[in-house]
Design a protein around this ligand. Sequence first.
Ligand SMILES: [Zn+2]
Length: 259
Amino acid sequence: MMPFIDTHCHMDTYAEKSGEAFESWWANVLPHPEAIVQVACEIENFEYAQNLTGRYKEVYAAYGIHPEVAVSYCEAVEEKLKKALAHPKAVALGEIGLDYHYEGATHQKQMEVFARQLDLGIALKKPIVLHLREADDDALQVLSQAKIGKVKIHVHSFSANPDFAEKLLSLPSHTFIGFTGIVTFKNAQNVRDSASIVPLDRLLLETDAPYLAPVPFRGKPSHAGMIPKIAETLAQVKGVTLDSLMLAARQNTKICYGI
Ligand SMILES: [Zn+2]
């Protein structure tokens, strides 16, 4: 098995859903990931991620305010976010973006908070993790108005059509597209079509644990040990071997996250 990294997971939520503590999961999971990126989406989750990165050399973290909790964004939160991002194992800002499926905040508020955090990531020269759901046009508007330059972007858990992937890839940023278990779902042909047009050097592997477990694990809490199943489907879609797909994703992780 080629070495692999889960570039996006929420292991605090995994522990809640599965009833399995991180320590025991990490000790037993097979195949074993080389490393993981724990994503903290709101202030309440920051401490868990900080604790985990302190205890495990293979755990890295991303910190950001998720669009569903955009209303919580204020100067005090931004200060805490900056502080968290100053840690050497804070490898990215995110997930940030727009989610018009759950509508946890108005579109206008989400766009404001997205733009503000985007600027922060650009200023700090951090890779930025995007959560974009059912908000293609507004997302492209915010991204095109920011001075994104060559910033590294990980569009996480891509679930849209190929034309949106194409538009994201044609931004001036160094954009990577992350695929989760969704790519294995029977009804997700549009996501496989999107994967087929994403160049091999722009793909990332992620679980979004504990959500979106790939076939044949649907209904179970997902975790990094399921990454090879996602990679198998992607390899088929791309017409390459599993090893070369995993190697490409591993190299892309190095380029995007520096790990
Ligand atoms: Zn996530």
